[in-house]
Design a protein around this ligand. Structure first.
Ligand SMILES: O=c1ccn([C@H]2C[C@H](O)[C@@H](COP(=O)(O)OP(=O)(O)OP(=O)(O)O)O2)c(=O)[nH]1
Ligand SMILES: [Mg+2]
Length: 149
């Protein structure tokens, strides 16, 4: 199993990110803030997680995704919709929190605010062609070309 280097930047962080269940895809990220923080409707705010992570292998990246419950019930999602963490990033892991709902939402210190998924990444080479080797069933059809039901 791969091991990824984590730096603890804030002494309030006492545990490493962990998978809640053996089958979890996401690691919960926590709000490393001093005091409860109110996110007004429409407001976006960077929230520190108190950790830095160096994936260090270009074959992997991390994606930060909203927690379903926060997004669905409270409209608390990500200001960048999805956060992408490059394998060479060594800075503090930040979560952009966006209140797209219509009520203020209070983020409590060390509350779980988002989740992070480590994903494989391919960095292919590219080459230019005049036409593709074979025509696929889809061809150039897109944007609903397969129908609506
Ligand atoms: O939700 C996020 C998204 C990004 N990052 C960090 C890690 C990532 O590797 C770096 C750059 O992110 P990205 O490439 O998405 O942003 P950019 O606007 O393209 O900035 P840059 O010019 O630094 O690449 O910022 C976070 O901490 N949280
Ligand atoms: Mg970038």
């Amino acid at each position: 199993m791969k091991s990824i280097a984590i730096k603890i930047l804030d002494q309030r962080v006492t545990t490493l990110p962990e998978y809640a269940t053996p089958g979890s895809a996401g690691l919960d990220l926590r709000a490393c803030i001093d005091a409860p923080l109110t996110l007004e409707p429409g407001q976006t705010q960077f929230i520190p997680t108190g950790i830095a992570m160096h994936i260090g292998d270009p074959n992997y990246a991390a994606m930060i995704l909203p927690r379903s419950g926060l997004g669905h019930k409270h409209g608390i999602v990500l200001g960048n919709l999805v956060g992408l963490i490059d394998s060479d990033y060594q800075g503090p892991l930040m979560v952009s929190m966006w209140n797209r709902g219509d009520a203020p939402f209070v983020i409590e210190p060390m509350e779980r605010i988002a989740q992070m998924v480590i994903v494989p990444v391919m960095q292919p080479r590219f080459h230019i062609v005049e036409s593709f080797e074979s025509e696929s069933e889809r061809g150039t059809g897109g944007f609903g070309s397969t129908g609506t039901n």
